[in-house]
Structure formats: C-alpha cells, structure tokens
Design a protein around this ligand. Sequence first.
Ligand code: BGP
Length: 480
Amino acid sequence: MKKTTKFPDGFYWGGATAANQVEGAWEVGGKGISVSDVITVGTHQNPRRVSLDMSEQLYYPSHKASEHYDHYKEDIALFAEMGFKMYRFSISWVRIFPNGDEEKPNEEGLLFYDKIFEELKKYNIEPLVTISHNELPLHLAKKFNGWASRKMIDCFMKLCNVLFERYKDYVTYWIPFNEINNLSLPISGFVQGGIIADDMKTFGGGTDNAQLRFQALHHVLVAGAKAVQLGKSINPNFQFGSMTCHITLYPLTCKPEDIVLTQQEDLLRNCFCSDVQLKGEYPYFQEKYYQDNGIIIDITEEDKKLLKENLHDFYAFSYYMSVCRSSDPDADQTSGNIMGGARNPYLEESEWDWQIDPVGLRYTLNKVYDRYRVPVMITENGLGATDKFENGIIHDPYRIDYLRTHIEQMKEAINDGVELIAYTPWGCIDLVSVSTGEMKKRYGFIYVDADDNGEGTFNRYRKDSFNWYKKVIQSNGEDL
Ligand code: BGP
C-alpha cells in the first residue's frame, strides 16, 4: 500500500511579498523613483502602461500600495500569529540607492529594513530576501537603458555589498532576481530590465527589441553569479536561489508537432535561466535560438568563468497556472491570460483567466527536481480573486480550495522524492497586482481595506483563509 509522506520537520511555511507592491510610501525616507513607480494602473482589459510623466495621477494604488511601510509591525505580528516560519520580501533598491549610482547608501532606507529584520527575528521567522523584484532605479533605466548596459552590473553589486555586509547575521537565503526568466519574454523588458522602448503603450508591451532584451538578461545572469561570489566571500553560509516564473506547458493534443512545440518553448521559457544559474553554462537550445534569430550576445571569457564557478544553491519558482500549446494557430493563444497559450478543457480558470492546475504543481516539482537535484522552494503560488468585504468579515473558500489542492499535490511530490523545503504563497497580505496594477486582485490571508484609487482605512482584517492557514502550519500540513 502506498505510504503517504508527511511534510518534513522544519519545513518553511510562510508567505511572500515585494517592496513595490506592498510598501507604499513611495516618496518617503529619501526613496528614489523606481521603474515600478512609473507604471500606470490598468485593468484586465486595459493593460498597464509606462508613463514617465510624473505629473499624471495615474499610478494609484501602487504608490500607496498596502502601506506596509507604516504597518510593518502589525503585519509581521499577523504573519507570526499564522505561525510563519519564513517570510519572503524584497528590498527596494531605490530606498538604499535612490538613483542607483550614488557613492553612499541612504541610511534612512537601511534603517527601515533593519526594523523589518529585527521584527522577524523577534518571532523567529526566517527571512528570504529578494534583492531585485521587478524594480531598478528609474535614473539607471534612463541613464543606461537599464540592464541593456553592462554598467548596471557594478551598480547592482554595490547594492549587494551593502546588503550582504549589513544583514550577514540576519539572512541565510537570498534570491538575487525575481522571476529572472521573464526577461526572455517580450512582455517585461521595462518591468524586469528597465529597458526604455520608444513606445511603451501597454504593460511592457511597447516596441520590443529582442537583441537588447537578451543582452540585458545576460548582464543579469552575470550579476547573479557575481552576487553568489561576493555573498559567499562575506558569509559562506549564504544560500542563493535561482528563481523562475514557471509557466507549466502541456501540448494541447498528442499530435507530435504539438509535443515538440511545447518542449521547445518549455526549454526556452522555463529552463534557460535556471540552467545557466544551476548548471553553469548557456544551454545548447538557447545558443541555437540566438543563431536562428540573428541575436548576438556579448559574452566574455570572464563571464563564462564566473557563470561556471558561481552556481546558485537552490531552485525557487512561482507557480500559478499551466497553459497548453498547439501547432495549429487557430487553437493556440485562446487562453486569454497574460502568459498566452491555449485553454485546457480539463481545468477551471480564475477571474483573470489563469488556469488552476494543482496536479500540474506535482508534475512541475518532479520536473525541476529531476533537472537540477537541489532543494526546491515554491516562492509564489496563490489565487488572485475579488473578495467581498462585509463588516470586517471576508469569506474566501475559493482561496482555501486553491491552496489546499496545491498543498495536497506538494505532499504527493514529497512522496515522489522531491526535496521541497519551503512554501511561501504569494501576497500573504493583500497588495497591488503586477499585471493590472489593481488592488482588487487580492491574494492575501490578510485583507487590506484599500481600493483601486488608493483610498481606504488601510486597516487589516483576517480572512477565513487566515485561520485555515494557521491550522495548516500548526499541523505541519496534516490538517488541510
Ligand atoms: C509574479 C510576480 C509577483 C506577483 C505575481 C502575481 O509574476 O513575481 O510580483 O504579482 O506574479 O501576479 P499578479 O499580481 O499579476 O496577479
């Protein structure tokens, strides 16, 4: 009879946020302007766009976000009440280096994060720190066209040096870049790389320049390897995570052409960056892609050596959905979600057309563990939904269902032999959505009373899922 494995002792249950989506206080404490501050609010139908005209009042709610900057104490206390063992958050680059090219860091920005680390320590919550989560100083985007320039590497290293030295006794787990592989997609040149295209009409969807984007991605990969090198010289116990936005892909049918198309896309989209960061060199399929598309990347011998010698230690990924691919253009691209692909007739969708696929999580966990054989963390997962708020009460059974079914499949994967060590569901407290800029697409266990105009009391409320997750953590994943 099949034995069901339990979650290992010491499993890191927790939650995840990012500075630009949760902190607010966008002009406070000497903070500079980040690329994420100049992306307007959008909707599902009318995507976000970049506006460098700061006089436009188009950015709410992201400039206030969840006002975590002022509420951090209360928020971390609520995480502790749920029993969090780990909290993933990001450090706002522009709080530390407002323009990105100053000599000295902004002490006031560092003091804010000192307080966060102290609070976490108080509750014995392990920090998991993302160094760059969809943001870089706008000044560097303008000055260098973002990561398209190699000069960005030095700016990033200056940030890393400050963080590693200051927080070496607080942090073990670092993720240098959120969803590093998104730069391989045309949708996120500006968001991820700070590349300013002539026409930025939609959410990163202005004129795309693949040559620049992939050169930028190369610089980001080199910066990641350098971060590992520097970090380990400062504290040999540091562990670095390669983080992928894993869009799990299935062939729409068993037609061999569908299968090959899906395989190719999976390699390019999901495997390329983590192959470099965990295996130490560019994979053959990426080199072939560059050849076929006339993309010429400036890679020095020193870059190659750095990538080879400074591997990341663990594999982290975000998992929200799967999509299908079809070699028949009429059947492909019917999913309606931001990641493209075709609808899967066996799956339900979220309000934002993200296909809900818990079993796909087990499949993905096995796939990535087999490929890399390093500890795995699920650093984002969850359901974005509109919640109904009535007299301080929020019933969110849909969110509980989503998380429960995914945790069940995590258990299956552990039973399969996967070394899964952490689960930090996304937006553990309500925050601003990256794809729409709205507040109403909520993921949290904790409700934040703020609307899409950045208005509200900003009071916090426990949703039903809050008490449910608390029970899950208390029972180490047994009581679902
Ligand atoms: C990931 C990002 C997060 C987060 C999440 C949910 O790609 O790393 O920052 O926002 O997606 O996406 P959305 O906010 O669009 O629902």
